[in-house]
Design a protein around this ligand. Sequence first.
Ligand SMILES: Nc1ncnc2c1ncn2[C@@H]1O[C@H](COP(=O)(O)OP(=O)(O)O)[C@@H](O)[C@H]1O
Ligand SMILES: CC(=O)N[C@@H](CCC(=O)OP(=O)(O)O)C(=O)O
Length: 282
Amino acid sequence: MRDVGTLLEALPYIREFHGKTVVIKYGGAAMNDPALREEFARDVVLLKYVGLNPIIVHGGGPDITAYMNRLNMPVEFIGGLRVSDEDTVEIAKMVLVGKVNKDIVGRINRHGQPAVGLSGDDGQLFRVSTMLGPGGEDIGFVGKIDRVDVGVLTHIAEDYIPVVASVGADRTGRSHNVNADEAAGAIARALGAYKVIFLTDVAGWLRDPADPDSVISEAGADEVETALEHMQGGMRPKLQACVEAIHGGVTYAHIIDGRLPHSLLLELFTDAGIGTKVRPAT
Ligand SMILES: Nc1ncnc2c1ncn2[C@@H]1O[C@H](COP(=O)(O)OP(=O)(O)O)[C@@H](O)[C@H]1O
Ligand SMILES: CC(=O)N[C@@H](CCC(=O)OP(=O)(O)O)C(=O)O
């Protein structure tokens, strides 16, 4: 009975989300654990089967750091963004496009839906300009997405699940490393997505980062903007991306715990939402 109850609980959500675009930022723990990687791919395939239009944007920061360590390269983050010289961008591109992207595409394919991997360069999906750190610091070739070619994504999404790696070039063709949260927010905004969902390695946005039980379950974009004035670390680009997505017309942005098996399905299809939900300002 419990199983059929779960299905019945999901039905109104399946109806609500049918045909809607959901941008999913895949990163954190859900990406590092092989069993969770497999479950994530299966969940995404299920979303496509029940009529949603999932667009995947992935990170891979820990993998980039691991390769930089192997090469004895210095690793530095400012405000959650990796300081990126030319060599760092090259490593980020190799790891994200060559390794992580293909792993995700392969898994989704194997679960029964064809996926296509893209970076900002493919079909000129997006163009970037060099951005500064939160205090106006020079952080190298870190890109902010200026323009997304929505046509490329909508075209591909008709038949495939797009899987986007967050590297792209500026108008002169110079490659930049883009934080994957920023990329997901910009893509959700450009597409006018219904939702953008960030999977990460904590339970959500925590009132006290040292207290895992202090999840803020719901916040307006205005409250998030105020908090951003004093925030550092990996949650910063995520919340920034939530605000930008909401300002761009995305209805809801969610930050959820990727360590929890099937967190994506729980967030979308059950009454008890998980993590942090960011809504338009009230
Ligand atoms: N207020 C906060 N709430 C939650 N996490 C925070 C907060 N402040 C800083 N963080 C840090 O942000 C991290 C998540 O960002 P990040 O490591 O970039 O994740 P991902 O790889 O999923 O993009 C958390 O593991 C935590 O260490
Ligand atoms: C500029 C910048 O910070 N780029 C990120 C890109 C990957 C990423 O965002 O990965 P996660 O989502 O797993 O953190 C980086 O180099 O780590």
